[in-house]
Design a protein around this ligand. Sequence first.
Ligand code: C2E
Ligand code: CA
Ligand code: CA
Ligand code: CA
Length: 279
Amino acid sequence: AKSCGRGNFQFFSAAMNAATHERLLLENRLWQALEQDEFELYLQAQIDLRSGSVIGAEALLRWHHPELGMVGPDRFIPIAEESGLILPLGDWALQRAVLLLDRWRALGLGHLRLAVNLSARQCHGTGLLPLLDRLLRETGIDPALLELEITETAAMQDPERSRELLQQLRARGIKVAIDDFGTGYSSLSYLKLFELDRIKIDRGFVKDIETDPDDAAIVSATIGLAHALGLEVIAEGVETQAQADFLRGKRCDEAQGYLFARPVTVAEFEVLASTAETV
Ligand code: C2E
Ligand code: CA
Ligand code: CA
Ligand code: CA
C-alpha cells in the first residue's frame, strides 16, 4: 500500500475538521431553526419561452443561520434528509407555497404557478397526501397551480410507490414534474410507469449547449421525446441569450435561469411578476 506523507495527512485532517465543524454547526441548530422561523422560501421565475412572460416560479429554501448567515439548500438539505427534519421542513415549505398561491389570487396574480421540491422521504412517507388535501380544502386554491418536482433518483428509490403517489397527486389536479431529468442513471422506462406533466432538463445539459454537440443533441432529443409523450419541457440553468435562443428554436416550452431572474424574496418576485410581464 502507498504510504501517505505526514503533510498530506494533516491537510486532509484539517479539511475534514472544517467540514465536520460546519456540519455540526448546521446539524445542532437545524431542528431549532424551524421553530425559530429561520427558513425562508425564495422564488425563481419560470418563463414561457414563446411569449417571454413569467408563468410562475420555483420555491427554493434558504436558511438564515444566526452565525453562518444565509445558507443554501445544498448545504442543509442532505443533513435534513438524514436527520428526518426534511419531513416537517418539507411540510412547512408546502404550506407556505399553498398560502402564497392563495395570496396571489387576491393580488391579481392568480395565473401564476408555483413549483415545490419534494424530497425522497416525503415521497415515500404517508403524510404528504393528507397534508395536501387539508391545504387544498382550507384555501380552495386551484390545484393545477401547484406543481411538485420530484427527482428521477428519488422517484426510482421505490418506483411502485412513486407511481401510486404521482397518480394520487394527478387525481387531485396537482401537476407533477420530473426534476434533474437525465442525471439519475435510470432507464427511460419510468416515463411509461409514471403519470407526469413536465420534464425538467437539468442545468448540467444546458450549460454547454452552444459548444458541446453532444449536450445539444441530448437536449434536443429530450424535448422531442417529452413532446412525443405529451409532456411539457422546462430547461433549468439558462444563463445566456444564446442558450435561450437554442431552446426556443427546439420548441422547449419554458425556461428558468439567471438570464431571466435569480431566486429572490417573495416580495421581490411579486413585483417582478406584476411589472415585468415580458422579459
Ligand atoms: P434544484 O431543484 O435543481 O434547483 C435549481 C437550483 O439551481 C437552485 O439552487 C437555483 O438557485 C439554481 N439555479 C437556478 N438558475 C440557475 C442558473 O442560471 N445558473 C446556475 N448556476 N444555477 C441556477 P438552490 O436554490 O441552491 O437549490 C439547490 C437544490 O436544493 C435544489 O436543486 C433542490 O434540489 C434543493 N432544494 C431547494 N429547496 C428545496 C425544498 O424546499 N425541498 C427540497 N427537498 N429540496 C430543495
Ligand atoms: Ca427543483
Ligand atoms: Ca433541478
Ligand atoms: Ca439540478
